[in-house]
Design a protein around this ligand. Structure first.
Ligand code: NDP
Length: 683
């Protein structure tokens, strides 16, 4: 008998069997939860002390590298998870969402972290705002890891992805977490946590696991902690209102039931490709994970005149769905996660039938194929058709968390929007249209109440990732009934676990605090050209003030001929005189090139490559006779732990460049991005 263990305060814990967890496929017992009561005060303390300490020994960049290492390890061992996943009712196709999708999210966050986060554990969120006339007093914002623990309470439908999509954010941020998976499928989450530990990439205390209930955990939390929740709206309501959460203003992020919709635009007819594309999308959403997806399409809004035809199109596709053990050949849909869930879905369908009729399924499901499946939690797809689309208490209010969707007719687009909005806030809506004008009209209105909107047409379908797939770089979450929370969305998810603080002081103090040079801060001028220094030796603020160069008529003419840019402002004396500048001026790109000529140290050295420019602005025009000079200052260093193709270890250095004229006016301002070698052997 397998007794699942919690991993708390540095130990695997629990030996007495409690609740049996049955396979959704054949009812066999997969594992038991444990009966032993955890000490949640000790777990929270362990996270705040050991977890925080060990995580903050690393910086953003190093944690991004660890995330990638974990993802690689998990990928190597995914077959172990696939084997267990079958018992949750998942097909091989479903694993692409939960297991591979979870790993993909870790890879995506590792990559985004490497590209978008700095070295160190302070994230500077500029711009710096001067607060005095002489630039002695300024302000900016920094984000730092919260010094608490993130408690993640997850739903049963995505035992792996559900954990990893939240973990990626708090881990990159440098905040430890305690994960509480839904009990029914917790054996799969537990197996994934064990693999993450085996990877060797998980710092001590960074991730703890609860099997079973949360006991007094929420009472142990304080102001630095936070809670994220995915599950039913009723549990979200209960937990959000926990006295300790309210009294201590503990951030609570919820992602709850959502009655997502799909809308077929009136410009689409049954002969159009879009008609079939939407039918395919709906059936996929009804059957992937047996419809147990927070993003699944629950309401299908179709122009009244196409209601019958669309229903028939859906039924043709639903008839091809084979139900059964995912290990059997040809099975397209697995089981619900548990027998309890099957009961819940059946009850919800009964309630839905007060305002709808069943047009597919429900007259006794086909026998699922595979041995022992008569004891499994199988529930065939049900397509309902609303008898009163505007009724309350029906499909706009009841979520049957399974392969169930309700078709309803609408008259015009305003009515379609009004019906979609009756869901009171959802995670995602798909709008199938051929007409960009319809998209431009409908999407901005829907956006107020829907977290993500997919516009589906023949062109986008060729590469569409689908209605139901939350993507790491896109926000996942919706207003109102959908919980009001936000997850994913690229580095925004990391920011949820960081505290944003406004910092005021002199520019030199702001530079010291942020770890970045800010304009007006003291600079370091040495005999050595900054381009002659290795990454390791360069100090933030190290600076070079170049010699001067007077811009000539010949410069303008030569640059125009070399580049082929003969814009009137550089070549037409009369037109230029009539312009806002009153004279011919030099090309902006000439100024960039001339500035590079002033500050570059030409001989081979530690600066390996220039790979881009950021924040470029041309501020004051420069004409023939003006004299320019540049200041180049080391602004930011990012150590990504990478090497050049020839093996030379290197880091990213961002340089602040200011080009000024003879009157000390800023003429051009930008950052340049370079790759700079480290000293040999310093990987
Ligand atoms: P629940 O809201 O009951 O459970 C979600 C999570 O909360 C589980 O981990 C559960 O643990 C935990 N939980 C429940 N009560 C408490 C409590 N008092 N204190 C702390 N944790 C608690 O949802 P289910 O997973 O059972 O699903 C029920 C319904 O929720 C579905 O039928 C569906 O309608 C909706 N749902 C929505 C999802 C979404 O992503 N929007 C996803 C999944 C479900 P335990 O399992 O141990 O009870």
């Amino acid at each position: 008998m397998t007794v699942l263990q919690s991993y708390l305060a540095g130990q695997w814990f629990g030996s007495q069997a409690a609740k049996p967890l049955a396979s959704a496929i054949n009812g066999e017992i997969v594992a038991h939860t444990h009966d032993d009561a955890p000490d949640f005060a000790a777990a929270v303390d362990y996270a705040r002390t050991t977890g925080t300490r060990e995580l903050l020994k690393l910086d953003f960049q190093e944690r991004a590298a660890r995330l990638k290492a974990m993802a690689l390890y998990l990928q190597e061992h995914k077959k172990e998870l696939y084997t267990l996943s079958r018992h949750t009712g998942a097909t091989k196709g479903d694993n692409a969402f939960d297991i591979d999708g979870g790993f993909g999210t870790l890879f995506a966050y590792a990559s985004m972290g490497r590209k978008e986060l700095p070295s160190g554990n302070v994230l500077h969120e500029g711009p710096v705002i001067p607060l005095g006339k002489e630039n002695h007093f300024a302000a900016t914002h920094i984000l730092v890891p919260r010094r608490g623990v993130a408690v993640h309470i997850n739903a049963f439908n995505f035992p792996v992805w559900g954990m990893l999509e939240k973990f990626a954010g708090n881990f990159l941020a440098g905040m430890p977490c305690i994960v509480k998976p839904a009990t029914a499928t917790s054996y799969l989450t537990a197996a994934c946590v064990r693999l993450m530990q085996d990877s060797g990439a998980l710092p001590e205390g960074a991730l703890q696991l609860i099997i079973g209930g949360t006991g007094d955990l929420l009472d142990q939390l304080d102001e630095q902690d936070m809670v994220t929740f995915t599950g039913s709206a009723s549990t979200a309501r209960k937990l959000r209102a926990h006295p300790n959460i309210i009294n201590r203003s503990i951030p609570f992020n919820a992602e709850a039931d959502s009655l997502n919709s799909a809308i077929l635009a009136p410009d689409v007819t049954p002969d159009d490709e879009e008609f079939d594309l939407l039918a395919k999308e709906v059936v996929r959403e009804m059957t992937v994970k047996a419809g147990q997806k927070c993003t699944a399409i629950r309401r299908i809004l179709v122009p009244q005149q196409h209601l019958d035809a669309f229903g028939e199109r859906l039924i043709q596709r639903l008839e091809k769905i084979t139900l059964g053990d995912p290990d059997e050949e040809g099975v397209r849909m697995g089981a619900l996660a548990s027998l309890d869930q099957k009961e819940d879905v059946a009850a919800a369908v009964n309630d839905l039938l007060n305002t709808s009729e069943c047009i597919f399924g429900g007259n006794g499901d086909p026998q699922p194929i595979g041995q022992g499946t008569d004891k499994g939690a199988f529930f065939g797809p049900r397509l309902l058709r609303s008898t009163d689309p505007h009724a309350n208490g029906g499909a706009h209010d009841i979520e049957a968390f399974g392969p169930v969707s309700t078709l309803m007719g609408y008259g015009d687009l305003d009515e379609a929007i009004a019906l979609a909005d009756k869901g009171k806030g959802s995670l995602v809506t798909t709008f199938a249209t051929k007409d960009p004008k319809n998209a431009a009209r409908v999407i901005p209105v829907l956006a107020a109440r829907h977290g993500r909107l997919q516009v589906l047409n023949a062109e986008s379908a060729k590469e569409s990732t689908g209605h139901g797939a939350p993507l790491p770089m896109l926000k996942h979450g919706g207003p109102g009934r959908a919980g009001g929370g936000e997850e994913l969305g690229g580095i925004r998810a990391v920011r949820h676990y960081l505290q944003r603080t406004a910092i005021q002081g002199s520019p030199t103090m702001l530079a010291a605090v942020t770890g970045e040079y800010v304009r007006g801060a003291e600079v370091l001028e040495t005999e050595v050209h900054p381009f002659r220094r290795h990454f390791d030796d360069l100090a933030i603020g190290e600076s070079l003030l170049t010699h001067r160069r007077t811009v000539t008529e010949a410069d303008i003419v030569n640059f125009g001929c070399l580049s082929g840019d003969h814009f009137y402002m550089h070549f037409d004396e009369i037109a230029a005189k009539d312009s806002q500048f009153g004279k011919r001026i030099a090309h902006g790109y000439f100024l960039l090139s001339a500035a590079a000529g002033l500050f570059v140290s030409p001989a081979p050295g530690p600066v390996l490559a220039n790979y881009g420019l950021d924040t470029l602005r041309f501020i004051t025009p420069v004409g023939a006779g003006d004299t320019i000079r540049a200041r180049l200052t080391c602004k930011r260093k990012i150590d990504q732990g990478k090497a050049a193709p020839d093996g030379t270890p290197q880091g990213v250095v961002v340089w602040d460049v200011q080009v000024k004229n003879q009157d000390d006016e800023l003429v051009a301002s930008y950052d340049i991005l370079t790759l700079v070698a480290k000293k040999k052997g310093d990987a």
